[in-house]
Design a protein around this ligand. Sequence first.
Ligand SMILES: [Zn+2]
Length: 303
Amino acid sequence: MTQPLWGIDLGGTKIEGVIVPSLDNPQPILRTRIDTEGYKGYEHIIGQIETLVQTMKKQSGLQPAHIGLGTPGVLDPILQTMKNCNSTALNGQPLKKDLEEKLGVPCVLANDANCFALAETHWGVVKEKAPEAKLVFGIIMGTGVGGGIVVNGQVWNGKHGIAGEWGHNFLDESGGPCYCGKTGCVETVLSGPGLQRYYKSITGSMLSLKDILAHALQGNDPAAVKTIDRLNHFFGKAVSVITNLLDPDVIVVGGGVGNIDSIYTAGMESLHKFIFNNRVDVQILKPSLGDSAGVFGAAALVA
Ligand SMILES: [Zn+2]
């Protein structure tokens, strides 16, 4: 009998846990959550994860063989400390080692975009629409832009642990400075805040992404139309880099910006212009698991 899969999604506001029977059966045995309270510091976050795991053990009557953990940044494969986390209390900390000591169980860590790609591959839209896919690229375009690579059903982490971190590839100077220290990253152009900044640079006013989109669809706000046209143009240009380099079977696009329908039409036309091929066969799909992808992907890490 296979061991049930234990996954934990470490988010900025909540830590969520799930136990599922197997890759073939993702019907949760248990699903629960606890507040992260990250402002109380690193030790507190570790304590919250420990509390969550104790609760999961008590409620399920099970013991984990391994635990998969989705994190905001990545574990550096050489230094074995966390980096690139927007929950900055984690950066520089040996999270895997500390958790394994506290919990007494081997842990497998991956960043949230990797977990997203993995969950959509095994249990989400890829399973539904492209079950033969060997290479899946998952994109999260929201407040930030992240990416993850799944090869033959497994996360590909890479030498530095940054495989798929396409959000900090150079895209266009007009994006301006990025928090990572570089300029014109994909994230500065394609993230929600990037779109809002661009709109503000034309109009002087800060609108929500939802309002910019609504204005663009109504067609009576040229700056909003221009903002969405620019998104479509640069989405295609940025995705052409992924396609030329990895040529994935499927790209799944999550996050708030991933919900904008025009990237699947006008954005695809833009991709057509930029890829090194005379047609576009890669399937670009909307995810189907919603907010659940993070925690289920964490569980799939230990399959
Ligand atoms: Zn950057």
